[in-house]
Design a protein around this ligand. Structure first.
Ligand code: ADP
Ligand code: AMP
Length: 195
């Protein structure tokens, strides 16, 4: 099925544990956004009965590496198709994380209106992830996987943010060292025109 061209797609990017999911949940409560987390979609596919991608996804998540774009984009595309009749505004959280994904998605699915770049120090992200690990039950919320995820973020995902900034001019940077509420105020400001 084709994608409506009048949807608003917002990429939500930033390092592991920076608070992407937290801010997206707040937006969903207050505004009519569909929140699609690439990580959540991949975790669901990892346990989906009959999926041929279970093992490959599991290995990438454990290693903190990038799941091949064919899998991730197909999942996102399907989720957009399933929701486009009900929603006009989409938060695509944790995607694109590699340059090929950014280019393929914008060529074959749709162009993003905006990118929220959540910026934070590694130390703060590490503290947040270690706190989350007490309750998240996530296989990758352990120090070994976390270090690998940081490496992937710096080496593979930061160049995507630079590309979206310098080539596409759609990046708004948000300081995420602050409190959830202070960040949320700035997130809403950055989304003016969409919300
Ligand atoms: P991400 O989706 O970017 O991986 P999360 O939204 O899951 O990050 O946040 C990681 C952890 O940090 C969670 O336990 C969350 O409750 C906490 N957290 C999120 N934002 C803040 C903040 N501004 N200050 C303190 N803790 C936060
Ligand atoms: P997250 O839930 O965003 O912390 O992502 C958890 C893991 O899922 C990452 O470390 C990757 O292994 C995988 N993942 C999440 N988003 C993507 C993406 N856009 N492309 C490829 N792999 C991803």
């Amino acid at each position: 099925m084709s994608i409506n061209s009048d949807l608003n797609v917002v990429f939500v990017l930033g390092g592991p544990g920076v608070g992407k999911g937290t801010q997206c949940s707040k937006l969903v409560k207050d505004f009519k956004f569909k929140h699609l987390s690439a990580g959540d979609l991949l975790r669901a596919e990892q346990v989906a009965e009959g999926s041929q991608f279970r093992d490959i996804i599991k290995q990438h998540i454990k290693d903190g590496t990038i799941v091949p774009q064919e899998i991730t984009i197909a999942l996102l595309r399907q989720a957009i198709v399933n929701n486009q009749h009900e929603y006009k505004n989409f938060l695509i959280d944790g995607f694109p994380r590699k340059l090929d994904q950014a280019i393929t998605f914008e060529e074959t699915v749709m162009k993003a209106k905006l990118t929220l770049f959540f910026d934070c120090t590694k130390e703060v992200m590490l503290n947040r992830l270690m706190e989350r690990s007490k309750t998240s039950g996530r296989e990758d919320d352990n120090i070994e996987s976390i270090e690998k995820r940081f490496d992937t973020f710096v080496n593979t995902s930061m160049p995507v943010i630079e590309y979206l900034d310098t080539e596409r001019h759609i990046v708004k940077k948000i300081d995420c060292t602050k409190s959830v509420e202070e960040i949320y105020t700035n997130v809403k400001k950055a989304l003016e025109g969409i919300i």
